[in-house]
Design a protein around this ligand. Structure first.
Ligand code: KG4
Ligand code: ZN
Length: 365
């Protein structure tokens, strides 16, 4: 069975064709990052307008890349939540209209549930019980997955998502958007032990997360440093003022630039922040897998592109006798491959959604 999947929950317009529940024949992702970059975050109105503009082209490209025609598609799956209402509506309405026009079965997909299967699609392996870490800009959660469609949320963030913390810290530091990749780049030449940022909830017995503390700790660290620099500059000024020539020519200190971090301090700060986040994600994921007595840990979501997280999670799994499945980077971030993959399984099991299914921005797992 060939299933067409459509994803438009946030700022990626994506369409994919999947066969046999595990084989991705195409997975076209049109990112809107450049569109939202000047605003430092996703602007919902711009996102939905852009989805509308390009969705037909993206679906056509996905069919062409898969070497399939619409006549060969046997089912349609589209994300129905969670996400931005105005963005969800575009892909969902497109998918339902296509299904209606072609007389095809339709299924609405929970975007978070689709993240749970992306590591298995990446690996091309049959599904096994696992603990799954979903770590993105909007969510950070640990899920015990017994089978496709049978799962329990073990814990999630009580405030910021991990990706949100990366983005906010990048903004504080004047780095680009989205922040995660920029922080990771800067962290590469930094010392992760330079600044002891807090590891929120790491030692709590539950599986919830909290990342607002580490973000605030970065803010306070920067403020403290700025105050210290100001104090140093003003003490230099008073020394220079007492040596100032009588002709009134400007003193060098009055032209001093506003305090900025030098490259090494910026790298140390980014590496220390990243390490604090990674320690918590790895520690909690391992604890959950051991508590649930599963053999597999899986990870997906945009933050799962982070090299430090991938390396350290792999090492921790090896130490604890666990197998790790990580989604390929393209399947980590939002994409329709995972929507079509989960849709295939649901349609194959005989599940259908009504064509009056509405977008559900706050849909939960
Ligand atoms: O899954 P995703 O594409 O979209 C949703 O949020 O659903 O994830 C985007 C998030 C952003 O917060 C971005 O900064 C973060 O993933 N991210 C990263 C990296 N690449 C993307 N965070 C840390 N390191 C990265 N390499
Ligand atoms: Zn996502």
């Amino acid at each position: 069975m060939l299933v067409l999947g459509i994803e438009s929950s946030c700022d990626e317009t994506s369409a994919a064709v999947v066969s046999d529940g595990a084989r991705i024949l195409s997975n076209v992702v049109a990112s809107q990052i450049a569109l939202h970059r000047p605003y430092g975050g996703v602007v919902p109105e711009l996102a939905s307008r852009h989805h509308l503009k390009i969705i037909n082209t993206v679906v056509t490209d996905a069919l062409r890349e898969a070497g399939a025609t619409l006549d060969q598609i046997e089912g349609v799956a589209a994300t129905c939540g969670p996400g931005l209402a105005s963005s969800l509506l575009i892909g969902l309405t497109f998918g339902k209209s296509l299904a209606l026009a072609r007389g095809l079965p339709f299924i609405g997909i929970n975007h978070m549930e689709a993240h749970l299967i992306s590591p298995w699609l990446s690996a091309g392996r049959a599904f096994e019980p696992n603990v799954s870490l979903i770590v993105s800009g909007g969510h950070t959660m640990l899920v015990h997955v017994r089978a496709i469609g049978d799962h329990t949320v073990l814990g999630q963030t009580t405030d910021d998502a991990a990706g949100e913390a990366f983005d906010k810290v990048a903004k504080l530091l004047g780095l680009g958007y989205p922040g995660g990749p920029e922080v990771e780049k800067a962290a590469r030449s930094g010392n992760p032990a330079a600044i002891p940022f807090p590891r929120g909830k790491l030692n709590d017995p539950d599986f919830d997360f909290s990342f607002s503390g580490v973000k605030t700790a970065v803010l306070y660290w920067l403020r403290k440093r700025e105050q210290k620099e100001k104090a140093e500059v003003s003490s230099q000024k008073s020394v220079i003022r007492s040596q100032k020539p009588e002709d009134g020519s400007p003193s060098p200190a009055s032209d001093a630039p506003r305090s900025t971090l030098n490259a090494q301090t910026l790298s140390d700060l980014c590496a220390s922040f990243q390490q604090a986040v990674v320690d918590v994600l790895v520690g909690k994921a391992i604890a959950a897998a051991l508590a649930m007595r599963v053999r597999f840990v899986t990870v997906s979501g945009g933050v799962a592109c982070n090299g430090a997280l991938r390396d350290q999670l792999a090492a921790a799994c090896r130490r604890n006798g666990l197998e790790l499945l990580m989604a390929d980077r393209k399947l980590c971030t939002d994409n329709a491959g995972m929507i079509a993959g989960l849709g295939w399984h649901k349609l194959h099991a005989g599940l259908r959604s009504p064509l009056d299914l509405d977008a559900q921005p706050n849909l939960r797992l």
